[in-house]
Ligand binder design. Structure first.
Ligand SMILES: O=P(O)(O)OC[C@H]1O[C@](O)(CO)[C@@H](O)[C@@H]1O
Length: 545
């Protein structure tokens, strides 16, 4: 993989010039002048319809962005990624979450051993899940498990939470809870809802060294011993980890440890045994469909020309807005409650990956990298933050995601939902001119005086870019494709920004800082810090005295 500063490429300079020329670009005009624009900028792949046409681009923009990808040797990088080269250089690891969903018969020779290991660990997980679901494996009292508590944080929580929520229509009878925060109140509120005698606890931690997870697992285990008994722990606590020794040390029976691999990053691990709780909650067949969908997107990403490649085009658009329009953020608006956890999941996946300011050559970067992502489902978000997207001073490119077919037959609801989904992208593009706003006010019976006072507030600038992703239906397979699409988008951005996307040293520092303060709190110490920190510690002591 070559380290190329993108700002030194010819394409970067061309994009700067192109951006200057495009300042007067008007989306509405672009559609009028080019009847094929919608078609020209839409990519269809299986059940995905990705409409890029409401973006601030011309065919020339796309060509120069592709030149940028070529000059940054994206094709070679994709090869290295799928070939299992150690592209996570600062940790000396491969980045092979794609191997978790590659069928063995399709695996190239250089990744065959990884795919075999992935298959073996998946088989162990599937066997266990099937046995729990059929009642072959039971709680210590011989009853079937009816509740699962997933104990993990970050990638060991956000992915499973998001997928489980997204697949609500596929849930079986098991009740799932997720405990992540180290907050004791969060733990206690969950324990209030469950019967320990029929609950299976899944401790998920790649490192088995994360403060939050180990604290929560210890508290829950102690509570369980009091509620049931010590001997039952072995049947009720299982672990997913790449650190088997630590899991054993914690007291999990060797047979109940489901290995994951250090060649899969935490935030990309939901496809592995980290998906244990999801597999329990939706069954192994749905879990397999999720993997199959992700694999289909892997193949698309690996094989499609950059011009027709969904993750590549999405990433190039992000770079276009981030680096040339100086847009700081990107909104993710799923028009479905099923995907309400998607923005939070993507915040970790995207911001932990590309929130970097040192290049792959180890020197500070002088251009913008990872953007901020945020969002909430529509239509709720229309009644919350859309005002800022429509009329604020910031440019917020937005992804609109919806499923054409609903899970239940409620056409009145679904028609309204989709009408809003489409209408918002149209409104963001068209805005409202002074003349249109004046006409509206006249029609509503306002006087000339009222019209002149209200008019400035009723004008919408429009020309706000959106990408529309319409998928036929939410299924485990289409969900797998959607998540893999974002994973590959992250990869492309990292390659072009010339950063290492697969480490997270900033988060590691945060963990150490908390340890120092914890030590102070445990010994009631407050000196040795800045005045603000000392005062905060003293305030905390005074309330808890
Ligand atoms: O699975 P683990 O090792 O407990 O780590 C949890 C999370 O902590 C991080 O290392 C940092 O937040 C994430 O990358 C990871 O997903």
């Amino acid at each position: 993989m070559k380290n190329i500063d993108p700002t030194t490429t010819n394409a970067w300079n061309s994009l700067k010039a192109h951006y200057d020329n495009l300042k007067k670009f008007d989306l509405k005009e672009a559609f009028k002048n080019s009847p094929d624009r919608a078609q020209e900028f839409t990519i269809e792949f299986e059940d995905f319809y990705v409409d890029l046409s409401k973006n601030l681009i011309t065919p020339a923009t796309r060509e120069v962005l592709i030149d940028l990808a070529n000059e940054c040797k994206l094709d070679e990088a994709i090869q290295s990624y799928f070939d299992g080269e150690k592209i996570n250089s600062t940790e000396g690891r491969e980045v092979l979450h794609t191997a978790l969903r590659t069928p063995l018969e399709k695996a190239d020779s250089n990744i065959k051993s990884y795919v075999k290991d992935a298959q073996a660990s998946r088989e162990k997980m599937f066997t266990y899940v099937d046995q729990v679901l059929t009642g072959e494996i039971t709680a210590a009292n011989g009853e079937k498990f009816d509740t699962i508590v997933n104990i993990g944080i970050g990638g060991s929580d956000l992915g499973p939470v998001m997928i489980y929520q997204a697949l609500e229509a596929y849930h079986n009878d098991l009740k799932l809870h997720f405990v992540s925060n180290v907050e004791g109140d969060h733990v206690m509120e969950t324990l209030k809802k469950i019967d320990p005698a029929t609950t299976l606890f899944v401790i998920v931690s790649k490192s088995f060294g994360t403060q939050e997870t180990l604290t929560n697992a210890t508290t829950i285990r102690n509570w369980f011993k009091e509620q049931v008994n010590e001997d039952a722990v072995g049947k009720h606590f299982i672990a997913v980890s790449s650190n088997v020794d630590r899991a054993v040390e914690f007291g999990v029976a060797q047979d109940n440890i489901f290995p994951m691999f250090d060649w899969v990053g935490g935030r990309f691990s939901l496809w592995s045994t980290v998906g244990m709780s999801v597999a329990l909650g939706v069954g192994t067949s749905n879990f397999q469909h999720l993997l199959n969908g992700a694999h289909a997107m892997d193949e698309h990403f690996k094989d499609a020309e950059f011009r027709d490649n969904i993750p590549v085009q999405l990433a190039l658009l992000t770079i276009w807005y981030n680096n040339f329009f100086k847009a700081q953020s990107e909104a993710i608006i799923p028009y479905t409650q099923y995907l309400k956890e998607l923005p939070a999941y993507l915040q970790q996946a995207i911001m932990e990956s590309n929130g970097k300011s040192i290049s792959r050559d180890g020197i500070p970067i002088n251009y913008e990298t990872g953007n901020i992502v945020w969002g909430e489902p529509g239509t709720n978000s229309q009644h919350a933050f859309f005002q800022l997207i429509h009329q604020g001073t910031k440019l917020i490119p937005a992804h609109f995601i919806a499923f054409a077919k609903a899970k239940y037959q409620q056409p009145d609801h679904h028609n309204k939902l989709i009408a809003n989904f489409i209408a918002q992208t149209e409104a963001l593009m068209n805005g409202k001119t002074r003349e249109e706003a004046r006409e509206d006010l006249k029609e509503s019976g306002k006087t000339a005086d009222e019209i002149s006072k209200l008019l400035p507030f009723k004008v919408f600038p429009g020309n706000r870019p959106t990408t529309t992703i319409m998928i036929d239906e939410l299924t485990p397979a289409s969900l797998g494709k959607l998540v893999a699409m974002y994973e590959h988008k992250i990869f492309v951005e990292g390659i072009i920004w010339n950063v290492y996307s697969y480490d997270q040293w900033g988060v590691e520092l945060g963990k150490k800082l908390a340890d120092t303060i914890l030590n102070d709190i445990e010994t009631s110490k407050s000196d040795g810090h800045d005045a603000s920190t000392t005062a905060l510690l003293n305030k905390f002591y005074s309330v808890n005295r």
